[in-house]
Design a protein around this ligand. Sequence first.
Ligand code: ADP
Ligand code: MG
Length: 684
Amino acid sequence: MALLELKNINKSYKVNENQIFQALKEINVSFEKGELVSIIGESGSGKSTMMNLIGGLDSKFEGELLVEGKNIGSFSEKQLDAYRKDKIGFVFQNCNLIPHLSILENVTIALTLSNVGKEERIERAKHALAQVGLEKHMNKKPNQLSGGQRQRVAIARALINEPEIILADEPTGALDSETTEQVLNIIKEIAGRGKLVIMVTHSEKVAAYSSRVIQILDGQIIKDQRNTEVEVVSEVSHESIQENMEKATNSSSAKKAEFTSETLSLETQTASTVKQNLSFFSAIKLAANNMKQKLKRNILVALGVSIGIMSVVMMLALGNGIKAYFSNMIESFMNPLVVEVSMPQGEVDPNDPMASMQAVIGSKPTFKEENLKELAALDGVVRVEEGFQYIAIAGTNSVSYGDKKSELMGIVSATSVLTESNIAEGKLPEEGEILVNKSSFEDLGEDIIGKTVTLNAVIEGKNVTGEFVVSGVYTAGENNTMADVNNSIYMHYEDMAKLLEEQGATLAPNMAYLVTEDESVASQLKETIVDMGYGGSTQEVMGDQMMTMLDILTLVLAGIAGISLVVSSIMILVVLYISVVERTKEIGLLRAIGARSKDVKRIFVSEAFLIGICSGTLGITIAYVISIFVNKVSVEIFDVQLMNITIPYVVAGVIISTVVSMIAGLFPANKAAQLDPVDSLRTE
Ligand code: ADP
Ligand code: MG
């Protein structure tokens, strides 16, 4: 059985919608091991087309193309990839070395794609390079070699997987006569080792080196001639190879490799190596290497993406910080044993924070006897204190001392909610006394504690007035600047009721305070009263509304920042797309030496992955550095750290940026994977 047999092969190209061009017509030819075949013919006669068919780069043809009896026309994509990788070695006219890889890496790229270990890769590359006399140049880049040397590297690359068929499409077309001879000698040697070498050439002189010359004209074989002067090895045995090699070594230049029995044993050894696919790690390494070539461009892209990630993270961290600040403010300095209860707000949409907030301010619904009884009967409630609090209309409420006056925003009943921790100076108020907050304290003068002040207020629509002794100064803790700047006083419910009574009216409580003996009971009660339909602590309700608003605000800001992420992902897409276009030829080459389209895709997705990881890390780092400055300023001004970058943000930031990049990279990666190998190789 012939190693390779073409039976009735027809190949036509579609030129346009209604025109096809037949490049190969009824080709019938077969090839044996050890043959060195030259294909000659005018340009455009169909030589490359035939090579591409034999090489499994193009499987769209009619007829049968049998390799060891198997028709590759019926191969699946996967089988074709494996066929190219294992059975075929390609050598192109213009070498097609990947410029940014070293000679060693260029030669081993097919092994990398097969996931062969590093040591074995280097070992096999050394031998392949030795065969072309270039083992000393392993670490150079292609542009550091001469044209002939480059072509020899390309031959070494074709030999690395020990293929049975070497296809060389005008391998000497770009070489001068001296280097042509070097390259031809090597090619002859390879055929001498029992390989089938098919070489396309223009030159009759080159053809003279071969054991068989096939001439093609307009897609048809017009001559098939065996050259008896050239020795052909048909039976391959150890001895004959050895002999042949010695002959080759003696007859060629000093640069020529030496073939030893060691080489041969290595061949048999590597032939049995399990072939696998491109590993994730190798893909990343290839991608990293690619990216190094366009370092500035990639840094700029990463910077762009990192700005997107940075803004999203900063907005979220800022929201987080502000929320922490307010919740700290609300919860601090409230007696944990007391549960504040308010009457239900009536027809207020709980999803409308503004409406709920307004309902909290001003006059609130009051408790009825049965409400208070019901609350007092709850488990764990020691007693129920009545309370009243309201936010005043500007200008209607004030406390004054001599010519000093403090306009009040809030009047709040002093209940067990207040503890010693709420006293900045002085003491808690008794009946007939009031507690003033910091800003009112400043309005009234520093020596006001113990002095009698006059209160003028409008409670439940009645003008009331009375004299009270200032017992002390209220504080809600260091973080609660709001309670310190909004003028307010705290006085006993009984005193408020008395003031109203003087005007012939009765005060009903709008707040109830459930005093307990246990914090866990208290927190349980907070849920119970909400379940019963009551409102919770005014401060807590306000706090919840504020939290909701802050959440919305944070999300809106993060969303706006997210737009920059979208923009930057488009940037990745464009850059990778350009990269695919730039590297079309390289992709074609990778496919020719056996890379599956999946592998090509993986390399590009890996690039996107790397951009994503780098930009995520960069973005978080920038955000973190900015947060240090923001916090420094905010601590000075508000006494609080406003930007709170937590570990989950760091992790999420990197993950999001990676995922976004990879999604953006999918389109160019698919585009690269779908490139036709033949077309790609033809691009300039
Ligand atoms: P050569 O013998 O110079 O290597 P080719 O095999 O490259 O010739 O091309 C053979 C013929 O097929 C040429 O006439 C060429 O124009 C045509 N051809 C090659 N590729 C295509 C293609 N993709 N679409 C249309 N025609 C093509
Ligand atoms: Mg050609």
